[in-house]
Design a binder for this molecule. Structure first.
Ligand code: MG
Length: 358
């Protein structure tokens, strides 16, 4: 089965509510939908969503990157998996989200050709995983109300966006803690919004107020590995890297520096499942934790992330709620949600039968 073409279409999906972090506020998600065409009747599906403030990619750069990747992969055999992914990763530097869209479409094709759901081909550990649900950065009242509403709907893990004024962030977590039941787990994500000392201060204050936090994600700026290590050494809650870890090489460096307790893999940062597997293996070998997340993305790419997540025992935390914020789903098939359970499809490949592009 040879690759004959790789095509893209654009689809903007309005969000059901504004998504706010320390880095950005968005009302819609722009998706680049990808099809990898072959000389068989099989088509591989993928998608990428740009997050310029994190990955440096835009819709235009993703489309341009995929065009370049297409020219390098054309006529290649899908069964030559290692050769194909090596060329995909070497033919262009950076452009991780463009690579991820093509990577997942190739995995889709390869597992479809074997008539296996992708997660089963990769290891087949779980058929459902439990996602957290994000609470956007907002006023105290709004964050408390949303936390209450979402936990009442059955979500038992909150991913609370912080990273503003440290004292206000402590207040945010106080009111959320008061608003939800005792069994609700709270993860916090500062999206690079604090200094290392602020992160330590917040963590200690939360401890003194008996507000349990499952983990703290990306307290300091992405390139501040020393800062991450300082935080890790001075707080008791686990510290996870998100924007600090794009590639397997980043993961190795963070491990070498003992800078984190865990890594958050996102396909849009690492270039797809091929590299995501490497990062998971590094985390496992280093004895640290591993989480899978996504940017604000549609069902297609989050389905690919869920397949990776469900295949690896080291990945034990799941932040796969982005499609729940999307007002429409371009995938016929793919993952479905049952409350906080993300259910893997049992069809071949990603389990996506078609893309609805309008
Ligand atoms: Mg994050």
């Amino acid at each position: 089965m040879k690759i004959t073409d790789i095509t893209t279409t654009l689809l903007t999906i309005p969000l059901t509510t504004t998504f706010k972090t320390a880095l950005r506020s968005v009302d819609s998600v722009e998706n680049v939908l990808v099809k990898v065409h072959t000389d068989s009747n099989l088509i591989g599906f993928g998608s990428a969503a740009p997050t310029a403030v994190i990955t440096g990619e835009t819709v235009a750069s993703i489309v341009g990157g995929i065009k370049h990747i297409r020219d390098n992969l054309i006529d290649m055999e899908v069964n030559d998996v290692e050769l194909l992914f090596t060329r995909l990763n070497r033919c262009i530097v950076g452009n991780m989200s463009a690579k991820a869209a093509v990577d997942m479409a190739v995995y889709d094709l390869f597992s479809k050709s074997l008539d296996l759901p992708l997660y089963r081909l990769l290891g087949g550990l779980y058929s459902t995983v439990e996602t957290d649900i994000t609470i956007s950065l907002d006023s105290l009242e709004k964050m408390a109300r949303e936390s209450k509403e979402k936990t009442a709907r059955g979500f038992s893990i909150l991913k609370v966006k912080v990273g503003g004024d440290p004292d206000l962030d402590i207040r945010r977590l106080e009111v959320i803690h008061q608003a939800v039941e005792e069994n609700v787990r709270i993860r916090i994500d500062a999206n690079q919004g604090w200094t290392a000392k602020e992160a330590v201060y917040v963590s200690r204050e939360l401890e003194s107020k008996n507000i349990p936090i499952e983990l703290m994600e990306q307290p300091v700026p992405a390139r501040d590995y020393e800062g991450l290590r300082f935080v890790r050494e001075n707080v008791s809650m686990p510290v996870y890297a998100d924007e600090s870890v794009f590639s397997p090489e980043d993961a190795l460096e963070l491990v070498r520096m003992n800078a984190v307790d865990g890594l958050n893999i996102k396909l849009m940062k690492c270039g797809g499942i091929y590299n995501g597997l490497k990062i998971a293996a590094i985390a496992e070998s280093a004895g640290i934790g591993c989480m899978i997340g996504s940017m604000m993305e549609c069902h297609v790419s989050v389905t690919a992330a869920a397949h990776l997540a469900a295949s690896r025992s080291i990945i034990s935390k799941y932040d796969l709620d982005a499609p729940l914020f999307c007002s429409k789903n371009p995938a016929l098939g793919g993952i479905t949600y049952n409350g906080s359970d993300v259910c893997l499809p049992e069809g071949g490949g990603l389990g996506i039968e078609a893309l609805i592009e309008a």
